[in-house]
Every structure is written in structure tokens, then in C-alpha cells.
Design a protein around this ligand. Structure first.
Ligand code: RIB
Length: 316
């Protein structure tokens, strides 16, 4: 049982420098070959964006979440505002680019639940350090600031610099895995790559997770949490042995947003001062439950649901 935490008044405790996409999802039996056309068996238009997904996961865990984002002036932009209002997410620092299209993700989901995604960031590509600086007050008074690599790195770097000056925890989901400059690494307190992202970021060409994670620690990252799907996750910190936290074997509907859910749940629990063990158990469980319905957001659990599921499986 995980205890403690919860929303504390109106003050934002988790800030997300966020991407917001509308996901256009087609279900097909198996990956397309180059030049091939296949009929899809289903199509959905769903909320997405790695940043918004993680923000919603954190809000459902009980954190008070605020966004820094740039969204389109079109209907897709409005969908984001409506969604965040429902999820009680603070949008004071969301700006709308009236003449620009919102971000869109084209997603293919295969019969085994795996997927492939192409993201067009749209208005989100215009998020700047100046915009982030205008949210300094919200960042400096938070407990955790998180971002993914779907937003411009310069904006995230500014947010992490402001956070660092104020002693706020910084959390990066390095998805998609893009080159990260040397001066950026020491600004990251916690990073949450999956196995492929970790190996790519560390330029390791064998499946040697230990040496890849240690390379990121040597670059100045405070903690590396590698997500391992149903095997759970592995926590690497300087001078400490790797700590494994077991995951959950589930029948998967689709894995869209599972990594974002993990990051958001982790941000929420770190903001509530949970221990690493508690935080990682909660993040593993939230990510596992998020695979139980189609789309990134629909199966993301509320905290009560998550706790009662954990109690059930622990007493079984
Ligand atoms: O991580 C899943 C997300 O990646 C999707 O929601 C899509 O929008 C892309 O950002």
C-alpha cells in the first residue's frame, strides 16, 4: 500500500514542459513494408503527446500539475484545452499560436499491441526559452519539472536551469532519443529511457545496459531509471548497485503512452517525497495498467484504482 502525498492546495507541484498531439491511430495486423498499402481494421482520434500524457498521468496520481506548452489555433489545440480542464491541469502558461496547426501523431498499432509513431510537432516546435522564462514563478515553486524530447531542447534546458537554481527536481523522458549536448546532462536529476533509448543515448552498440547507464551517470545525470516493459525497471545511481523493481505481466491492448505514464507517475510520487522503491513500484504499476485499453490516456489509472489493484495482486 502506498500512503501519503496527494494534492496540496492549488499550488502546482509538478510542471511539465509539454508537447500536445492529437493521435490519429490506425490498427493493422502487422508492420507495413516500404511502399505497401494495407486496410486498417479500426481508426481512432485520441489525445496524445508525450508531455501531455505524462502530465495527465501525474495529475491522476494526485499531483497538482501545470503545463508550459505551445499549441495550435485549430480544433486540435482546443481539444487539448478541453482535456486539461477536465483533468484539472493548470494551463496558465499554455500559449495558443492562432495561425498554426497543432501537433499530430500518425500511429500504427499492430495486432500484438506494439506500434510505430511519426510525430509532426506543429505549433509545439515554436516553444522558446523566452516562453519558459515567463513561467519562472511556477517552475521555481514546484517540486518536480519534467519534459520529453518532443519539445525543443532549448526550452527544456531553460526550464531545468530555472529548476536547478530553485532546488526543484528535474526529470527527462528522453523520447524520442535525440543527441543531448554535454552541458545539458548535469541539469538532469532523473532520466527515464527505455532500453533502446538508453543504448542510443550512450552510443553503446551491444545490449550492455549497465555500461550505457553508467556512461550517462558519468556525464552528470543524477539517476538513470531504465524502463524494461513487463520486467519492470532498473535504477542506477552513482556508486550504488543497480536496483531492480519488478514489473507486471499483462495481456497488452496497446503500449501507446506506457513510457509517458511511467514518467508522469514517477514525477508525481517524487513530488510527494515517496521513496525510490515506492515511486518505482507505483510507476511500474501505472504503466502496466495503461496498456489495458487503446490509446495513451484512456487506461491511465487514477491513484485509488492503482492502489486497489496493487493490493489485490499483492494479496493474491
Ligand atoms: O508516447 C506516446 C505518444 O508519442 C503519443 O501519444 C504520440 O502523440 C507521440 O507523442
Amino acid at each position: 500500500m502506498l500512503t501519503g502525498g496527494g494534492q496540496v492546495g492549488n499550488k502546482v507541484n509538478v510542471v511539465c514542459v509539454a508537447s500536445w498531439n492529437v493521435d490519429l491511430v490506425a490498427h493493422i495486423s502487422e508492420p507495413l513494408r516500404r511502399g505497401e498499402t494495407k486496410l486498417a481494421s479500426a481508426f481512432e482520434r485520441l489525445p496524445g503527446g508525450k508531455g501531455s500524457n505524462a502530465a495527465i498521468a501525474a495529475a491522476r496520481m494526485g499531483a497538482r500539475v501545470g503545463l508550459i506548452a505551445r499549441i495550435g489555433g485549430d480544433d486540435f489545440g482546443q481539444m487539448g484545452l478541453d482535456l486539461w480542464q477536465q483533468e484539472k491541469i493548470d494551463t496558465t502558461h499554455v500559449v495558443r499560436a492562432n495561425n498554426e496547426a497543432n501537433g499530430t501523431a500518425l500511429i500504427l498499432v499492430y495486432a500484438d499491441g506494439d506500434n510505430a509513431i511519426a510525430v509532426y510537432p506543429g505549433a509545439g516546435a515554436g516553444l522558446t526559452p523566452v516562453h519558459v522564462e515567463s513561467a519562472d514563478d511556477m517552475v521555481s515553486n514546484a517540486k518536480v519539472v519534467m519534459a520529453s524530447c518532443e519539445v525543443p531542447l532549448a526550452a527544456t534546458q531553460t526550464a531545468f536551469q530555472l529548476a536547478r537554481q530553485a532546488g526543484v527536481i528535474t526529470l527527462l523522458n528522453p523520447a524520442p532519443a535525440i543527441p543531448i549536448p554535454d552541458e545539458f546532462w548535469p541539469l538532469i536529476d532523473v532520466i527515464t529511457p527505455n532500453e533502446e533509448e538508453l543504448l542510443k543515448l550512450a552510443n553503446v552498440y551491444t545490449h550492455d545496459l549497465d555500461s550505457a547507464a553508467n556512461q550517462l551517470l558519468e556525464k552528470g545525470v543524477g539517476a538513470v531509471v531504465v524502463t524494461l516493459g513487463e520486467k519492470g525497471c532498473a535504477l542506477y545511481r552513482p556508486k550504488l548497485a543497480v536496483h531492480l523493481v519488478a514489473g507486471h505481466s499483462m495481456e497488452v491492448r496497446d503500449t501507446i503512452g506506457a513510457g509517458d505514464t511511467f514518467t508522469g507517475a514517477l514525477a508525481a510520487s517524487l513530488s510527494m517525497d515517496f521513496s525510490w522503491e515506492q515511486s518505482l513500484r507505483l510507476a511500474n504499476a501505472a504503466a502496466a495498467l495503461s496498456t489495458q485499453a487503446h490509446g495513451a490516456v484512456s487506461a491511465m489509472p487514477q491513484r485509488e484504482e492503482l492502489e486497489s489493484w496493487l493490493e489485490t495482486i499483492m494479496s493474491a
